[in-house]
Design a protein around this ligand. Structure first.
Ligand SMILES: Cc1cc2nc3c(=O)[nH]c(=O)nc-3n(C[C@H](O)[C@H](O)[C@H](O)COP(=O)(O)O)c2cc1C
Length: 171
């Protein structure tokens, strides 16, 4: 056991709660690994000086991460410098032209490297249940030819969390 556990912030954006669930699973795994972990939505994050590592998560909508997650990276750029950063996305790649490939998800994460230096990337299956969507998301989803489904695999999430937990503990 370290004398002084590394401090980690897990922060996330979400529209319908799937990415929050993933973030909670990651935070629980990091806490279980002995790291001093806080979990805070991107919109509620305050001063982050005390954290050694920051894990940022967002769902993908039309190939992009949510605007509040991007704004977090933009606004916290100077404060994130020098910290160890991991970024994960959840999605089901509903946009047909994007073909549900991992590359699209990684590209959405890479778009953030303008603001932050990302050490580890995670891509997880998300969830789509049409009856829960807002009117406008429903329209977008039907234009994109989205099909409902639960693609979230918490085993995947835990495996990734374990891996990043080891790296953070070794910082
Ligand atoms: C309108 C709409 C657009 C979406 N666009 C994408 C996309 O481009 N790529 C993707 O992988 N998933 C896409 N998704 C699926 C969501 O990313 C997925 O449902 C995610 O788990 C939702 O997370 P949240 O509950 O945290 O908002 C889209 C879903 C909706 C409703």
């Amino acid at each position: 056991m370290h004398m002084c556990a590394r401090k980690v912030l897990v922060t996330y954006a979400t529209k319908y709660g799937t990415t929050r669930e993933i973030a909670e699973e990651i935070a629980a795994a990091l806490t279980g690994a002995g790291l001093d972990t806080d979990i805070i939505p991107v919109m509620e994050v305050g001063i982050i000086d005390a954290y050694d590592a920051v894990v940022i998560g967002s769902p993908l909508y039309m190939g992009k991460i949510l605007v509040e997650a991007r704004e977090f990276c933009e606004q916290y750029k100077p404060y994130l410098e020098g910290k160890w950063i991991a970024f994960f996305v959840s999605g089901i790649a509903v946009c047909k032209e994007e073909n549900n490939n991992n590359e699209t998800m990684l590209a959405a994460i890479d778009a953030m490297s303008e603001y932050v230096k990302i050490e580890e990337k995670g891509t997880f299956g998300g969830r789509l249940s049409l009856d829960r969507l807002s009117e406008s998301d429903m329209q977008l989803a039907s234009i994109a030819g989205a099909s409902e489904g639960d693609f979230l695999d918490m085993e995947d999430v835990r495996a990734w969390a374990k891996e990043i937990g080891r790296k953070i503990a070794d910082l």
